[in-house]
Write a protein that binds this ligand. Structure first.
Ligand code: GLN
Ligand code: ZN
Length: 764
């Protein structure tokens, strides 16, 4: 029989129960006991769902109140000293509030301390807490949570497989603190604790433990490759079976090292890397299990069961009992349950599968290749085939005008008329800006009243006319404040936007929105990415009336504000029936029309935000060039149609720029504003080293804190910037948009910022 399993299930709950409970606990509205009870109820219900679906194992260890990587850090006793938890660590029992303090700096009990750093998990939008590693650090088993969850599952009568981040991936995700040292020097002590964990799990009666090692799909230094063999040879002695899980890409040059690991099974991603399946099977030893991930764990499309059956049959012949089936990765990265989407039209629903539905797909596939189908399996296959045939032909997806426009793109369309130097001269004349022009990144505080107005409009309680009047009032207020502050390039404030991607997706054709399609982003935070299902077009202008109105209130050049094609792509679920590059170009052309309409309406400065450009980088370096080429081309396509005198800005945040500085220069934006204040302008080094030719606004005001930056501090930051970039090419602006801040902070902060620019002008 083919074993069906999953690598992990979403923990937030179909109604985001976990989010609500943890936030209520942090606020003091519910007790620790209530929170634990919610966690337990969610686990039990998720296990029940998995068992009812017919999976051979239910997944234990994928639950976390905040983050699964943090769970492992806590379990290894890797709690930084500032959290004062030495006693808890040595007692083998790190408190939940200690874990929350590591994640968010504070918790209902314990002294606040600086939270651990958080960053994106591989190429997903899920953020994990970065393990802090110190030279000579030792580890010790410091939490019973996992074992308790195993007991809970066993007592409820389930057959668990335990999942845990593997020791090397955990170290790989960690960051050396204090003095630089080789993280691998800690491996032996880490593996000691893993051995202890595995031994404990074995005594509990666990047969299989899945160790997630997605680091194996990245470029690893030789020492890390060798460490894999060493570590797993030591873990091999555990009296249970290990399944090493890899996902998000191909094993590539780590292929033979991975297949040689002395473990009972491997999991590979056959969605992202379909080509590797046969070569992995060739190298597998005769008793090893291979779990093949053919159901997409990163996207929301329904699986083509009939086609997958054909793909699997020859593999089944080769592997027999050793074939396991699973989604490509943990289902953490997709929404929970499609059956809640009662407001999506039924045709579209027919094309989709969320986590709950993907369980059925895996189980049915296993029964299909075993020839033990039930009527329900037959029905699932025929429904999938029918829906996907429809999808292939649907006129909602394929618009001939879009493909012919794409096919007709000429190289000139992605180039501005003149090179930057010539444009800069024209713009200087046209815009008459002072040295060190001041501006903001686009959004102003999103007050409760603004949110309430948007909500009332959506709910039909506020008429279109009243809503627009309300938004114009807000724009007038924001413009007036900026005039009073003396900002050189004002913005309209983005009051009408709930989210920088959703706002555009809702107005573009080819996008769909779910009601409950939440995916965990970090901790209790969830996002609801749009679904790009069809060719993208822009039926009518999206931002022009707001920008035009804002411009009518001032003689200063009003900056129009758009989200760039790569960011829209990156923060959506994307079609799987054409390359990402194609979808990105389609979005780019829609934005190009918007840019040109803004220009026609008299907007002389247009900003196209691309905060997600860097996070789109593929996991393997040899794929970077191809990605950057189409990403850059897409940005250019959206921007380059304007006259020389129209100034194009772009904005990027939470980025290191070293890897992509060439691509940033190739965007050829006239001005780029970036987040730099927290790095003390160090992020500008990449621009200096590259001799970046265009204008830069290095953020001088960290918008992530409520602190009001003082004038001298901002001047000092600009002085640092001036060591790297000439004055004629520098702008003065905050790090990012101000929507999460309040007016009480924003006004004095911007007043100081304008004053800093004035002082600089006197000196240069
Ligand atoms: N224009 C957007 C804003 O100001 C940019 C947000 C972002 O960079 N994430 O909010
Ligand atoms: Zn930003």
């Amino acid at each position: 029989m083919t074993v069906s399993h999953i690598l992990g299930y979403p923990r937030i709950g179909a109604q985001r129960e976990l989010k609500k409970a943890t936030e209520a606990y942090w606020k003091g509205d519910i007790s620790r006991g209530d929170l634990e009870a919610t966690g337990q109820a969610l686990r039990l219900s998720h296990w029940q769902i998995q068992q009812n679906a017919g999976l051979d194992f239910i997944s234990v260890g994928d639950f976390a109140f905040y983050d699964q990587v943090l769970n492992v850090s806590v379990m290894l006793g890797a709690v930084p000293a500032r959290f004062n938890a030495q006693h808890e660590v040595s007692a083998g029992n790190v408190d939940l509030d200690t874990a929350f303090r590591m994640a968010r700096g504070r918790a209902p009990s314990g002294t606040p301390a600086v939270a651990c750093e958080m960053t994106k998990y591989f190429d997903t939008n899920y953020h994990y807490l970065v393990p802090e590693l110190h030279e000579g650090q030792t580890f010790t088993l410091a939490s019973d949570r996992l074992f308790n969850e195993v007991d809970e599952a066993l007592q409820a009568g389930f057959t668990p497989k335990v999942t845990l981040t593997g020791p090397l991936t955990w170290l790989w995700l960690g960051k050396a603190k204090g003095s630089e040292f080789d993280r691998l020097s800690l491996l032996d002590s880490v593996v000691d604790v893993y051995s202890e964990i595995l031994a404990r799990l074995a005594t509990q009666g666990i047969e299989w433990v899945q160790l997630d090692e997605p680091a194996l799909v990245q470029d690893l230094p030789l020492a890390w490759q060798q460490a894999y063999e060493r570590a797993y040879h030591r873990l091999q002695s555990a009296p249970l079976k290990l399944l090493v899980a890899t996902y998000f890409g191909a094993l590539g040059d780590n292929l033979s090292l991975t297949t040689r690991l002395p473990v009972a099974g491997l999991h590979i991603d056959a969605v992202r890397a379909p080509g590797q399946v046969e070569s992995v099977i060739d190298r597998l030893s005769p008793h090893q299990v291979l779990s093949i991930g053919l159901v997409d764990g990163r996207n929301i499309w329904r699986a083509d069961l009939a086609a997958l059956r054909e793909r699997l049959l020859p593999l089944k012949v080769r592997l027999g009992q050793r074939l396991w089936l699973a989604p490509s990765c943990s289902l953490l990265h997709v929404p929970v349950d499609l059956s809640q989407e009662t407001e999506l039209d039924s045709e579209l629903v027919g094309w989709l599968a969320f986590a709950r539905q993907k369980l059925d797909e895996v189980v049915t596939l296993a029964r299909l290749i075993d020839n033990r189908t039930t009527p329900i399996d037959e029905q699932r296959v025929s429904e999938a085939t029918y829906a996907l045939d429809k999808r292939r032909e649907s006129t909602r997806i394929h618009q001939p005008a879009v493909s012919s426009r794409l096919a007709a793109i000429t190289p000139q369309e992605s180039q501005r008329q003149s090179p930057y130097a010539a444009r800069a001269a024209t713009q200087r004349r046209a815009l008459a800006l002072p040295l060190f022009p001041t501006t903001t990144i686009g959004s102003f505080p999103q007050t409760d009243e603004i949110r309430a107005a948007r909500r009332a409009f959506k709910a039909g309680e506020l008429s279109q006319t009243d809503y627009e009047a309300r938004m114009r009032e807000e724009i007038a207020f924001v413009v007036e404040r900026q005039q009073a502050l003396g900002l050189d390039v004002p913005v309209h404030g983005e009051a009408e936007r709930n989210d920088m991607v959703e706002y555009f997706g809702e107005q573009l054709e080819g996008f769909a929105f779910t009601r409950f399609g939440w995916v965990q982003s970090y901790g209790s935070r969830c996002v609801k990415p749009p679904i790009i299902f069809g060719d993208v077009t822009r039926p009518v202008p999206m931002t022009v009336k707001w920008s035009e109105y804002a411009q009518s209130l001032t003689d200063k050049p009003m900056k129009g504000m758009l989200t760039g094609p790569v960011t829209i792509l990156q923060w959506s679920f994307v079609r799987d029936d054409q390359p990402r590059a194609t979808t990105c170009r389609q979005i780019a052309l829609a934005l190009r029309d918007e840019v040109l309409d803004l220009e026609k309406a008299g907007i002389r400065i247009i900003q196209i935000d691309e905060p997600a450009l860097r996070e789109g980088l593929p996991l393997r370096q040899h794929e970077w060039q191809d990605y950057l080429a189409w990403a850059v081309e897409s940005f250019q396509l959206s921007a380059a149609g304007v006259k020389d005198s129209t100034q194009i800005h772009t904005h990027m945040c939470y980025s290191e720029f070293n890897d992509i500085i060439g691509a940033i220069a190739a965007l050829d934006a006239d001005v780029i504003t970036i987040e730099t204040s927290r790095s003390d302008m160090e992020l500008l080094d990449a621009f200096q080293d590259f001799a970046y030719p265009n204008e830069i606004g290095p953020g001088v005001y960290d918008i992530h804190t409520p602190n009001i930056p003082d004038v001298a501090w901002m001047v000092a930051l600009m002085e640092k910037a001036l060591e790297k970039i000439p004055a004629e090419r520098l702008w003065v602006n905050p790090d990012c948009g101000l929507k999460t801040r309040g007016w009480a902070e924003v006004e004095p902060a911007l007043a100081n910022m304008v004053e800093a620019a004035n002082q600089l002008r006197q000196r240069y």
